[in-house]
Design a protein around this ligand. Structure first.
Ligand SMILES: [Fe+2]
Length: 366
């Protein structure tokens, strides 16, 4: 690392010589001392030092100089060589002069002649130490800002990668949901319809847009836990045996387990796990009761049951809209949350019109 530099400016050669010697003793090991007899010569030295790529540390000048006075010289130094420490030495201390130099030339210290060599040493070494600390702090700050920016970038990339993994996992699960429905042509489109009905109910309950979207996704995935279950049991037209029913009852829990690795789907999992709970506590898997059942699960329950009632099966025709509404109302406070039923019924009646007996149409799965 190159040595730093101190530039001394005074037209009194004796004073210059004394000061050079004093500084040489104090900081001569680390700094080169350059003496100049006038402001013009001092500026010439400063430009030369900079053009040689050396570090400029300190300028000490007298106020009383032939040509450019010390205060004006330091103003030029301030604008051309920012960061250099500046000391102004005056034969006749003058408050106005000092204030001017502090305000306009970024003066660091104002001193009066005569100067005790020990005072000079102390002032110069302490100012140099402060400047070195300031430079170190600035370097550390720049380094810290750079590292922070790198960290932020790494975090952003990590989030993107995580989102990508979760998106592809979500797409894979959606494909599974479509595959699940393909196993039985009578339930084709069921998840899409449940999704749409659930969103209608959520909007009727005036939930926020993001909640409505989440509930729509829960509708698409609510029966994902049936993947891998025996389709003869799932599609059995008659009553299930006790063992068969116990197996089917596992699907909400299995569905929740399938989605568990996707952190962004945390809000979906309880809706899937509890969509077969009953308002009166007789449902499964946990026998939750009333408002202990998560609202998305209560909504899916109504939407799921409505689609099951109105869909035609090989062994029975689908119910009309009126019949389904009567049935949902009969089960209010027993199987269903009355608020969800009422919100759904008012939308169904408004959308269907007074004459209609058919359930609302939903586009088939793509
Ligand atoms: Fe289900």
């Amino acid at each position: 690392m190159s040595r730093g530099t101190i530039v001394l400016v005074d037209d009194d050669s004796k004073f210059l010589e004394t000061m050079s010697r004093t500084l040489e003793q104090a900081v001569g090991d680390n700094l080169e001392i350059v003496a100049a007899g006038s402001s013009e010569e001092g500026l010439g030295s400063l430009y030369r030092i900079r053009s040689e790529g050396k570090q400029l540390d300190l300028v000490i000048t007298s106020q009383a100089l032939p040509g450019i006075p010390g205060t004006r010289f330091l103003e030029i130094v301030q604008s051309q060589f920012p960061g250099v420490i500046k000391i102004l030495v005056s034969d006749r201390p003058n408050l106005e002069e000092a204030v001017y130099a502090f305000n306009n030339a970024g003066l660091d210290r104002y001193v009066s002649k005569p100067w005790e060599p020990e005072d000079l040493k102390f002032t110069v070494t302490s100012l140099l130490r402060q400047a070195a600390m300031r430079r170190t702090n600035e370097r550390l700050l720049v380094d810290l800002q750079k590292r922070n920016a790198e960290l932020r970038e790494a975090l952003r990339e990590l989030k993107e990668a995580k989102q990508e993994v979760e998106n592809s996992y979500f797409s894979a699960i959606q494909s599974l949901a479509v595959a699940l429905e393909a196993k039985d042509r009578y339930t084709a489109g069921h998840s899409q319809r449940v999704s749409r009905f659930a969103m209608m109910i959520a909007r009727g309950l005036e939930l926020a847009g993001s909640e409505v979207r989440t509930i729509g996704q829960i509708g698409l995935l609510h029966d994902i836990g049936k993947i891998g279950m025996d389709e003869r049991v799932l599609n059995k037209p008659g009553k299930l045996t006790k063992e068969e029913f116990e197996m089917v009852k596992q699907h909400p829990v299995i569905g929740a387990q399938i989605l568990a690795p996707v952190r962004t789907l945390d809000g979906h999992i309880s809706g899937i796990k509890h969509h077969h709970e009953s308002w009166d506590g007789t449902g499964y898997p946990d026998g939750l009761k009333g408002e202990a059942i998560p609202l998305p699960a209560r909504i899916i329950c109504v939407a799921d049951s409505f689609d099951a009632m109105t869909s035609t099966r090989p062994y029975r025709p689908g119910r009309t809209l009126e019949e389904a509404i009567v049935e949902m109302r009969r089960c209010e406070g027993v199987q269903f949350d009355a608020r969800c039923v009422e919100a759904f019924v008012s939308i169904l009646q408004r959308e269907a019109g007074p004459e209609s007996t058919a359930p609302p149409k939903v586009a088939a799965a793509g």
